[in-house]
Design a protein around this ligand. Structure first.
Ligand code: OXD
Ligand code: MN
Length: 591
C-alpha cells in the first residue's frame, strides 16, 4: 500500500517488538471495514443492533475498569520536566520508552496488528495532519474509521514524507496498574497501553489533535484548541463562525448543534455545526483566523442526550454508529441510556453485560444505571442534520468570536466581552467550573481549567498562555473574545437561564458585537450587554432577571482574584507578564 521506507521500517520495528501473528493495513474500503465488523461480532467484541431501527449500528462494552480517560496515567514525555510544565504528569522519554516497551513486548502474539493511516482534517488540506496508529483491536480500527479519514488516500497523500504522528496502541491485559497514555511531543509519538477506552486509544482525538498538535502549533505558529466550531446564518444568508471552549459537563456538544428558538427560526436564522470538540486554527491570507475540525465524527456522551436536549446529536446516532457501554434493550435489540426517554426498558442488559432490573433503578444512585454515565456514541459527522457545508472543505471557516465558558453559580455573568485580545487570553486562562453536588468532595470549589485544555496541553501551560499572546500579534483581524455562563443559580440553586436553544440569544449579541451592531457597558471584568440588548421575545425571562444574570458582584470577584493568584502561583517558568498585568488591572478595577 505504500513504498514509504521510513514508514515500512517503523512498522517492522514495532512488529518485531510486539510480535503480531499478522499485519493488516487499513485501506479505508467498505469491504474491509465490513469484514472487520463481522469478525468483531463473531468474536463477541460487538453486538449488531436492530438493522431496521439502527442500520449499521453496533454495541460494544469495555472492561468495567476501563471506562474513561485516565488523567493520572497520562504523561507528557519531554527531555526536561520544565517542558511538560506544572500541570502535566511528566516522565523522561527514555525511561518511559523502556517501561512501555517492557509492557508491550510480545503482547500482540496470537493477534493481528492493524495499521491505520489517518488524516486529521480533510485529506490533503493544508491544515490537515497525518497519523499512523498501530493497534491490536478491531474496535479501535472501526472507531478510528468513523472519527478520522482513514486508508489508502492518506498514504497516497503522505507519499514518501516523514511528517506523521507515530502511534502504538497495545491492549495487553487491560490492566489499570500498567495503563499508560503517553505523548512524546519531540518524537511525534503516542503510545497507549492497557486500555481500550476511546479517549485513551482513539489516538487521533485527544492524544494527537490536542496534546501533540498543541505542541506542533506552538512551534509552527498555529493553534490546536479544545473548541467546538459553529456557524450562525442570518436571514440574509450570511454565515458567521464562532469557536467555543468549555470544560466537560458544560454542554459543548449541545451548543455545537443548537437549534434556534422559534422566533429566530421564523426570521430565517440557522445554526450549522462544523465541530463539537476540537478546532485547529491558522491565520489565513486575509488576516483572519481560520478553523477546521480535524475530526470526522462525534464521540459524544450518551446519557442525557435526547430529542429535546440535542435532537441533532440523537439523529447523528441513527445509523452507522458504535455505542459503547450503553444498555441493550432486548425487546427490540436497540440501545437505551438514562435520559434518552422515560420508557425504561423492561428487558435490558446493562453496560456491564448483566440483566438490568428497572424496578431497582434509582436516579440518585449511579451504580443502578443501565448505561455507564460516561457511555458514548461514535457517530459519523455526515449523519448530523445541521452539518456545515464547510465541514469537508479543507480551507476552514473564518472565526469572528472565541467564546470561553464554565459552570459558575454566582461569579460570572451570563456573558461578557474582553476588552482586548490579551484580556481575552486572561479570561480564558482563569476559566473553571465549580464542583456540583453530583461529584464527591466539597461543593462550589472552583476547578480551574484554562481554555478547557488542562488535561490536553502537550507542553508547559505557561508557555501555552504565551503562545496565545504571541498569536494575537500575528492575527491582523483578531476574533473578539467572550465569556459565557449558562449556569447562574438563584438562592435555591435553580438555574436562572433556560439554556439550550435559548443560548442563541446570547450568541446573537456576541455576533452583533463583532459587527459593531450592539452596545455594551464597561464593568470591572469587561464589557457587559445592556439588559435591553439581549432579545427576550418569546421567553419566560423578564428584564429584572436578565439584569440579575448580568450582575457583577465585586465581593465575589475579589475572592475570585485570590483564587486566580493561587492558580497562577503554580506557574513560574515562561509565564507571560501580560497575564499578570491583566490580573493587576482586574484587581484595580475592583477597588
Ligand atoms: C471528551 C472530553 O471526551 O473532553 O471530549 O473528555
Ligand atoms: Mn472534549
Amino acid at each position: 500500500m505504500t513504498e514509504n521506507k521510513k514508514l515500512l521500517d517503523w512498522v517492522n520495528e514495532m512488529a518485531q517488538l510486539v510480535e503480531p501473528d499478522r499485519i493488516v493495513w487499513i485501506d479505508g474500503s467498505e469491504e474491509q471495514l465490513d469484514r472487520l465488523r463481522r469478525e468483531a461480532v463473531e468474536a463477541g467484541e460487538m453486538i449488531k443492533l436492530n438493522e431496521e431501527k439502527l442500520p449499521g449500528c453496533f454495541l460494544h462494552r469495555t472492561k468495567p475498569n476501563d471506562v474513561a480517560r485516565v488523567e493520572d496515567r497520562t504523561f507528557i514525555c519531554t527531555p526536561t520536566e520544565r517542558e511538560a510544565g506544572p500541570t502535566n504528569h511528566w516522565c523522561e522519554p527514555s525511561e518511559m520508552y523502556d517501561k512501555l516497551y517492557k509492557i508491550v513486548r510480545g503482547s500482540y502474539k496470537g493477534r493481528t496488528m492493524y495499521v491505520i493511516p489517518y488524516s486529521m482534517g480533510p485529506i490533503g488540506s493544508p491544515l490537515a495532519k497525518i497519523g499512523i496508529e498501530l493497534t491490536d483491536t478491531r474496535y479501535v480500527v472501526l472507531n478510528m474509521s468513523i472519527m478520522a479519514r482513514c486508508g489508502q488516500k492518506v498514504l497516497d497523500t503522505l507519499g514518501n514524507g516523514d511528517d506523521w504522528v507515530h502511534g502504538l496502541h497495545a491492549s495487553c491485559d487491560v490492566d489499570p496498574e500498567y495503563r499508560y497514555i503517553c505523548q512524546f511531543p519531540q518524537d511525534n509519538t503516542i503510545i497507549s497501553v492497557n486500555s481500550n477506552y476511546g479517549g485513551n486509544v482513539l489516538q487521533g482525538k485527544k492524544c494527537f489533535a490536542l496534546r501533540i498538535a498543541s505542541y506542533q502549533g506552538k512551534n509552527e505558529g498555529w493553534m490546536a484548541e479544545h473548541m467546538l466550531i459553529l456557524g450562525i446564518e442570518n436571514p440574509k444568508g450570511e454565515v458567521k463562525y464562532v469557536a467555543a471552549a468549555f470544560p466537560s459537563a458544560c454542554g459543548k456538544t449541545n451548543l455545537a448543534m443548537l437549534i434556534p428558538p422559534e422566533i429566530y427560526k421564523k426570521q430565517g436564522y440557522k445554526v450549522w455545526t462544523v465541530g463539537d470538540d476540537i478546532a485547529w486554527m491558522r491565520v489565513g491570507a486575509d488576516g483572519r483566523l481560520y478553523a477546521i475540525n480535524p475530526e470526522n465524527g462525534f464521540f459524544g456522551v450518551a446519557p442525557g442526550t435526547n430529542s429535546h436536549s440535542n435532537y441533532n446529536a440523537l439523529k447523528s446516532t441513527g445509523r452507522d454508529t458504535i455505542f459503547t457501554n450503553v444498555a441493550l434493550n432486548l425487546d427490540d435489540n436497540t440501545v437505551w441510556w438514562e435520559g434518552l426517554n422515560q420508557d425504561l426498558p423492561q428487558h435490558a442488559i446493562d453496560w456491564r453485560g448483566n440483566p438490568w432490573d428497572p424496578s431497582k433503578f434509582d436516579k440518585a444512585d449511579k451504580s443502578t444505571c443501565a448505561a455507564h454515565p460516561n457511555s458514548r456514541f461514535t457517530a459519523p459527522a455526515k449523519n448530523c442534520p445541521c452539518l456545515s457545508e464547510e465541514f469537508d472543505k479543507g480551507t476552514g471557516v473564518p472565526i469572528s468570536a472565541i467564546i470561553f465558558g464554565g459552570r459558575r453559580a454566582k461569579t460570572a455573568p451570563l456573558v461578557y466581552q474582553s476588552r482586548s485580545w490579551n484580556h481575552g487570553v486572561f479570561v480564558g486562562s482563569i476559566m473553571g467550573s465549580e464542583t456540583t453536588a453530583a461529584a464527591a468532595g466539597a461543593v462550589g470549589v472552583v476547578r480551574r481549567d484554562p481554555m478547557a485544555m488542562l488535561p490536553f496541553c502537550g507542553y508547559n501551560m505557561a508557555e501555552y498562555f504565551g503562545h496565545w499572546i504571541e498569536m494575537g500579534k500575528k492575527i491582523p483581524h483578531q476574533p473578539k473574545i467572550f465569556n459565557v455562563n449558562w449556569f447562574r443559580t438563584d438562592d435555591e440553586g435553580n438555574f436562572i437561564w433556560p439554556g439550550y436553544g435559548e443560548n442563541m440569544r446570547v450568541l446573537k449579541w456576541i455576533l452583533d458585537r463583532c459587527e459593531d451592531k450592539a452596545d455594551a457597558v464597561e464593568s470591572p471584568i469587561g464589557y457587559l450587554p445592556k439588559a435591553e440588548d439581549i432579545d427576550l421575545e418569546g421567553l419566560d425571562v423578564d428584564r429584572d432577571t436578565l439584569k440579575a444574570l448580568l450582575d457583577v458582584d465585586r465581593d465575589l470577584w475579589r475572592e475570585e482574584v485570590k483564587g486566580i493568584k493561587e492558580f497562577y502561583a503554580k506557574f513560574t517558568y515562561g509565564f507571560p507578564q501580560e497575564l499578570n498585568d491583566e490580573l493587576a488591572t482586574l484587581e484595580n478595577n475592583l477597588k
